[in-house]
Design a protein around this ligand. Structure first.
Ligand code: NI
Length: 175
């Protein structure tokens, strides 16, 4: 297992649309990559991570709403080719943060209940309904698969102010 470096916005991989994992890619290598993603998420610590955040442009996410102390992996979801099959009309507002957009919190309106289909590394199909915080995280991670990050959800003014702040912090860190 390995902790992978997390990309920060703006970055071309974060802005690109992820591709479907192909049939021949369901193998031990995919299993190892999912384990690395989970380890990277727990180490951050975070509650979700999408493959583009570690520079891999495929439709893969890991989620654990139990926050970082559930390191036994009991609440861990490893989703390959996730797809939302149904969304509730009811929405929920959440103050979201993202490992790829440090220091930014954005209030986002999400579907409160979603039904998701996904595959394991062996190609086994799963389908489950998720609610509230778990549904919010999954929708956030799935945004990454279409190249959308929190920074794309704020005004142009807030975006440019954020980018200035981040480049200043990076300059300070370099000195
Ligand atoms: Ni994110």
């Amino acid at each position: 297992m390995a902790i992978l470096p997390i990309l920060e916005a703006p970055h071309p991989v974060l802005a690109a649309k992820a591709r479907t994992v192909r049939e021949e890619e369901f193998n031990d290598k995919l299993e190892a990559f999912l384990a690395d993603m989970a380890e990277t998420m727990y180490a951050a610590p975070g509650v979700g991570l999408a493959a583009p955040q570690v520079g891999d442009g495929r439709r893969i996410i890991v989620v654990d709403s139990g926050v970082a102390d559930a390191e036994d992996g009991s609440g861990l979801l490893k989703m390959v080719n996730p797809k939302i099959l149904a969304r509730s009309e009811a929405t929920i507002e959440w103050d979201e943060t993202c490992l790829s957009v440090p220091e930014l919190t954005v209030t986002v309106d999400r579907h409160r209940h979603i039904t998701v289909e996904w595959f394991s590394h062996t190609g086994e199909r799963f389908e489950q309904e998720f609610h509230d915080f778990e549904a919010v995280i999954i929708q956030h991670e799935m945004d990454h698969l279409i190249g959308t990050v929190l920074l794309d959800r704020v005004s142009r003014f807030r975006r440019s102010r954020y980018l200035k702040k981040v480049s200043k912090l990076k300059r300070q860190a370099a000195h």
